[in-house]
Write a protein that binds this ligand. Structure first.
Ligand SMILES: CCCCCCCC/C=C\CCCCCCCC(=O)N[C@@H](COP(=O)(O)O)[C@H](O)/C=C/CCCCCCCCCCCCC
Length: 218
C-alpha cells in the first residue's frame, strides 16, 4: 500500500524517525529543535502514505513544521537551537501571546505546543499499538489516544473530521507493513525502543512549558 502512494524518497522508515528522536536530546537533556522538526517530518511522511483523507492533518502539521523551520533559518536562528533557548529568547523579548491571540500568532512557543500535544497522542497511540493483538483495531487505538490528548484542545468540527479519518485507517497488519520495519515482532521491538525516547522528549518539554506557564497558549 505504501509503495503505491509514496514515492521512494518519501517512504517512511520507523528506524529513521527513531534515530532522529535519539538525536533530539543533548547531554544536559535539552531538546534540539532541528532534530525535533526532522522527527516530525518523518512522521508526516507516514501520514502522507495513508492517503488523502489525512491531507488536512498533514497540512496542519507541515504548516507548523514550516513555522519552526522559518525561525531556525531566520536572523535569530541561533536562539532556536534548543526548545529551552527558544522559550527563554521568546519570553525575554515578549514574542509570545500569553493570554489571547495578538501580534505573535506564529511564535515558536505556541507552534511547538501544538506539536508537543500531538507528540503525546503519538506516545499513547504507539503504546497501544505495541501492546495490541492481531485483531486489535488501529482506528480504536488511534481515537482513544486522540481523546486522551489532542481532542480537548480541538473544536467540534476538527474532532469530527479527525474521527472520520480514523475510521479509514488500515488494519493492524497493513499498518505494520507501512512502518517498513519487518515482521510484526520486529515492529513491536522497535516500538519498545522508540517509546522511552519519545516519552522523554515529551516529559522534558512538558516540564519546561509547565515551569513557564505555557501549557495553555492561545
Ligand atoms: C511510528 C508510526 C506510526 C504513527 C505515525 C503517525 C504519524 C502522524 C503524523 C502526524 C500527526 C499529526 C500531527 C497533527 C498536529 C496537530 C496540531 C494541532 O493540534 N493543530 C490544531 C490546532 O492548531 P491551531 O489552530 O491552534 O493553530 C488544528 O486545529 C488542527 C487541525 C488538523 C486536525 C488535527 C487532528 C490530529 C489528529 C492526530 C492523529 C493523526 C492520525 C494519524 C493516523 C496514524
Amino acid at each position: 500500500m505504501a509503495d503505491s502512494v509514496a514515492s521512494e524518497d518519501q517512504k517512511f522508515c520507523l528506524r529513521e524517525v527513531l534515530d532522529t528522536f535519539k538525536l533530539c536530546l543533548s547531554e544536559n537533556k535539552e531538546v534540539y529543535l532541528q532534530q525535533y522538526v526532522t522527527g516530525w517530518r518523518g512522521l508526516v511522511k507516514f501520514l502522507n502514505s495513508l492517503g488523502s483523507v489525512f491531507g488536512f492533518i498533514s497540512k496542519d502539521a507541515v504548516n507548523k513544521i514550516q513555522i519552526l523551520v522559518n525561525h531556525l533559518n531566520g536572523e535569530n536562528g541561533s536562539q532556536y537551537v534548543t526548545i529551552q533557548s527558544m522559550v527563554k529568547y521568546e519570553l525575554e523579548n515578549e514574542l509570545v501571546d500569553l493570554t489571547k491571540r495578538g501580534s505573535h500568532p506564529e511564535s515558536g512557543c505556541r507552534t511547538l505546543l501544538r506539536l508537543h500535544r500531538a507528540l503525546r497522542w503519538l506516545e499513547l497511540f504507539l503504546e497501544r499499538l505495541r501492546t495490541s493483538t492481531e485483531d486489535s483495531k488501529t482506528s480504536v487505538m488511534c481515537s482513544e489516544a486522540y481523546n486522551e490528548s489532542l481532542a480537548p484542545h480541538h473544536p467540534w468540527v476538527v474532532r469530527k473530521a479527525a474521527g472520520m479519518a480514523f475510521c479509514v485507517l488500515p488494519g493492524r497488519p497493513a499498518f505494520f507493513e507501512v512502518m517498513n520495519v519487518g515482521p510484526p515482532e520486529q515492529v513491536v521491538a522497535m516500538l519498545g525502543e522508540a517509546l522511552p525516547l519519545i516519552s522523554e522528549v515529551y516529559q522534558i518539554t512538558e516540564e519546561l512549558y509547565a515551569q513557564h506557564n505555557l501549557l495553555d497558549l492561545p
